[in-house]
Ligand binder design. Structure first.
Ligand code: MD6
Ligand code: FE
Length: 225
């Protein structure tokens, strides 16, 4: 299943082997990759994800600089992340429908909390789940997540579908970044001293995932409000 495994560029952790379900890899003082952590939850999670996406379909958004993002986005929970010409922000309504974002399904919240706990973040209360869809060629350039009101809560990030190479960098955009391959079911959790690290996703390679087809879907849970 993971025979297409791209080796990690192990600048800092040269003794760690890539991706084995159940394994935890530490990529920072308070940053962890939980390999395959979501797999046992997906039978419950995927139908709820489909329902969320029927209510709030993926759409491509425009950055304040006027570029259309290659990644398509949606959200669920009390707050959803949006961008347009006037800036990045969280809103309580989907600007496309004018309706509140779909509720965060219980299984989403429970999984995000279980993953946060596994990474030593107790009492995580996510109020926003951003859903990113990558098709082959789509990428996320290096950025910091800093639109959340409180930066004390961690971020929990679930990867589904095609594999991707996640870049995990420093506190300046130009800092060297670690390249971490992420596979279907992997969860990245980070917070604390690592919360404002630059990060991104390299252009998605072509492929077809047996369950999700030619796409990668990433769910990121935050305490935004
Ligand atoms: C992605 N993720 O994995 C993009 N941000 O598709 C993010 O930008 C991200 O995974 C903050 C925390 C975790 C993440
Ligand atoms: Fe991010």
């Amino acid at each position: 299943m993971r025979s297409d495994n791209t080796p990690i560029t192990l600048d800092l952790f040269a003794d760690q082997a890539p991706s084995t379900p159940g394994q935890t890899e530490r990529i920072g003082q308070q940053a962890f990759v939980l390999r395959g952590f979501a797999l046992p939850w997906l039978e419950r999670l995927l139908p709820d994800l489909e329902a969320v996406l029927r209510a709030a379909p993926f759409r491509q958004m425009v950055t304040p600089g006027g570029f259309t993002m290659s990644v398509a986005l949606s959200s669920c929970g009390a707050l959803g992340w949006t961008t347009d010409r006037s800036g990045y922000r969280y809103t309580s309504r989907d600007p496309q429908s004018g309706q509140p974002w779909p509720d965060m399904p219980a299984v989403f919240r429970e999984l995000a909390q279980a993953a946060a706990r596994a990474a030593n973040f107790e009492h995580f209360e996510p109020d926003a789940c951003l859903i990113n869809r990558y098709v082959p060629g789509a990428r996320m350039s290096l950025h910091q997540d800093k639109n959340e009101r409180s930066l004390t809560a961690p971020i929990v990030s679930i990867s589904l579908g095609l594999p991707a190479v996640f870049q995990f960098g420093g506190f300046e955009r130009s800092d060297k970044s670690l390249r971490v391959p992420l596979f279907h079911g992997d969860i990245v959790v980070w917070g604390g001293v690592d919360r404002l690290r630059y990060h991104g996703v390299l252009p998605l390679k072509d492929g077809a995932h047996p369950q999700l087809g030619a796409q990668r879907i990433n769910l990121t849970f935050r305490t935004a409000g």
